[in-house]
Structure formats: structure tokens, C-alpha cells
Design a protein around this ligand. Structure first.
Ligand SMILES: Nc1ncnc2c1ncn2[C@@H]1O[C@H](COP(=O)(O)OP(=O)(O)OP(=O)(O)O)[C@@H](O)[C@H]1O
Length: 270
């Protein structure tokens, strides 16, 4: 693995750390090893993106971090220092397919409240739902149904549904992949704002080099079959970021270039 930058300036405890991670899928007549000897850590409060060609195992890695899938024996995957044995508390997940993950017969408010039902008083639930909808810019759409909203708004509802649980970590699997360019940029900025306000750690899977550079503190490039972490690139760009001025910075263009080259080199090496 090539590491192209120094360690973070400030020492923070890791949200996640993996070593010797491998994953196999077993079907009736074969075993497919998808990830091999994956090792990395993600600091608390860090925005970490995972890039890699289609089918390399990005979603698989996210599912491992979410505790939804078990790694191979001998792998180590830790959340805040503890081995993951099931979905850890404090970890929220956002998928690309927002329409399928929202309950169309429930209002936006009641979709967002879902994870809190039976856990808090109604007053606290209402307050947290209001707060989450405000964070994603949907304070005035709580009484609508998902089918009355645009794609971007529905994806915001899914994000609010995670935020209402006040997660320490958001695991996001190509959450903006299906959105048009303008909506995508808006949601990227909202996500950066949310991460800043809540201090959440974000692990973000994407195919989009610009998106990874714009959002992240660090980018991991997964490559190979089975895949491993081929490159790790630190993105040293000032925050808060801005869709126009950040993308005009020579440092942004240089980072974009490095990520592109890393992806190309890793793809060619396969
Ligand atoms: N449940 C499963 N059973 C068997 N094989 C699977 C399963 N889930 C994924 N795979 C295989 O594992 C490999 C990695 O899949 P994964 O979805 O993790 O890749 P990805 O990098 O997220 O892909 P994409 O970028 O296209 O979404 C693929 O070859 C896929 O077919």
C-alpha cells in the first residue's frame, strides 16, 4: 500500500480500525473472496471516502463496518476500540436507494421518527425529529409523504432518519449517486454542514472523484481482486469548503489529479 501523506496533526481516538480484514461470499458452488488483507483506520470526526472500480467491494466494506456482515476468521474490525460483533450503537447508515428505504405510507415526520419509536417520550421524539429535519433543510415538509417529494428531498429524509438517532458515525453508500448535478452539490454542502455541526465521523462510498476530494479529509482507493487498500491520500484543503472557490484552488486540482492517477494506476495494475 502507498501512503501519500503524513498522519493527522492531532491525535484522536479511532472510530474504526481494521487489520488483516478479509471477506468471502459463499454461494452454493463457490467461494468468492472479495476483500483481502484490508487495513486502515478512521479517526473520530474524520471524513473518509472509499473509492474504487465497480465490484471491488466498497459496499461489502461498509457492511462490515456496519456490523451487517461478518468478516473472515482472523480479521480484526474495531469500532472505538471494540471488536464489532453486530450493528454497533451510534452508527447510522444511508444508502443510495432512498425511495426503497422510505415508508411511502408514512409522513416525512413519521419516517424520521421511526428509529425512536418506543425509545423516547413523544415530546423528545418530536423535538429530535424537528431538529433533524431542520439540519437537512426540510423543516416545513414534515407533514408531506415521501412520494410528494423530489429525489433530493427524499434522500434528505433518509439522512434525517439517521441523524435523529444522533449517530457518532454515518456510513454512506453512494448516497448522492442517483441525483442530478445541482441537487448533488446542494446535498454535499448540507452533509458537510451536518458533519461540522454534529462532529460525526463519515465513511462515504462513491464512484465520483470530485465528490471524494471535495468532501474528504482522506481518500482510500480499493483495488484488486480480491481488493485491498491500494492507496491512501490525504486531502489537505481548508474548511469550510465551497463548491466554487474550493474547486478553483490549485491544491484542489492537485488533489484531484493525485486521486485520479491513483485510481488509474490501481486499475491498470489489476
Ligand atoms: N451477497 C452476496 N453474495 C455473493 N456475492 C456478492 C454478494 N454481495 C456482493 N457480492 C459480490 O462481491 C463483489 C463486491 O461487491 P460490492 O457490492 O461490495 O462492490 P462495490 O465496489 O460496492 O460495487 P459497485 O461500485 O458496483 O456498487 C462483487 O463481485 C459482487 O458480485
Amino acid at each position: 500500500m502507498t501512503v501519500e501523506a503524513t498522519a493527522p496533526a492531532t491525535e484522536t481516538a479511532d472510530a474504526f480500525s481494521c487489520s488483516k480484514l478479509f471477506v468471502e461470499y459463499r454461494t452454493r458452488n463457490k467461494v468468492l473472496r472479495v476483500l483481502e488483507d484490508v487495513g486502515f483506520s478512521c479517526a473520530q470526526g474524520e471524513f473518509l471516502s472509499i473509492l474504487g472500480p465497480s465490484g471491488t467491494g466498497k459496499t461489502t466494506l461498509l457492511r462490515i463496518l456496519a456490523g451487517l456482515l461478518s468478516p473472515g476468521e482472523g480479521s480484526s474490525v474495531r469500532f472505538r476500540g471494540k471488536e464489532i460483533t453486530g450493528p454497533p450503537t451510534g452508527v447510522g447508515i444511508v444508502f443510495q436507494n432512498y425511495a426503497a428505504s422510505l415508508l411511502q405510507w408514512r409522513t416525512v415526520e413519521r419516517n424520521v421518527a421511526l428509529g425512536l419509536e418506543g425509545r423516547t417520550s413523544k415530546a423528545e421524539r418530536d423535538e429530535r425529529v424537528r431538529e433533524a429535519l431542520e439540519l437537512v433543510g426540510l423543516a416545513d415538509r414534515g407533514k408531506d409523504y415521501p412520494w410528494q417529494l423530489s429525489g433530493g428531498m427524499q434522500q434528505r429524509v433518509q439522512i434525517a432518519r439517521s441523524l435523529v438517532m444522533r449517530p457518532e458515525v454515518l456510513l454512506m453508500d453512494e448516497p448522492f449517486g442517483a441525483l442530478d448535478a445541482m441537487t448533488k452539490m446542494q446535498l454535499q454542502d448540507e452533509l458537510l454542514k451536518v458533519a461540522e455541526v454534529t462532529g460525526a465521523t463519515v465513511v462515504f462510498v462513491t464512484h465520483d472523484i470530485d465528490e471524494a476530494v471535495y468532501l474528504s479529509d482522506r481518500v482510500l482507493v480499493l483495488a484488486g481482486r480480491p481488493a485491498t487498500v491500494g492507496r491512501e491520500l490525504r486531502i489537505d484543503l481548508p474548511r469550510p469548503r465551497d463548491q466554487v472557490t474550493t474547486k478553483e484552488l490549485p491544491a484542489y486540482l492537485a488533489a484531484r489529479h493525485r486521486v485520479y492517477e491513483a485510481l488509474r494506476a490501481e486499475s491498470e495494475a489489476q
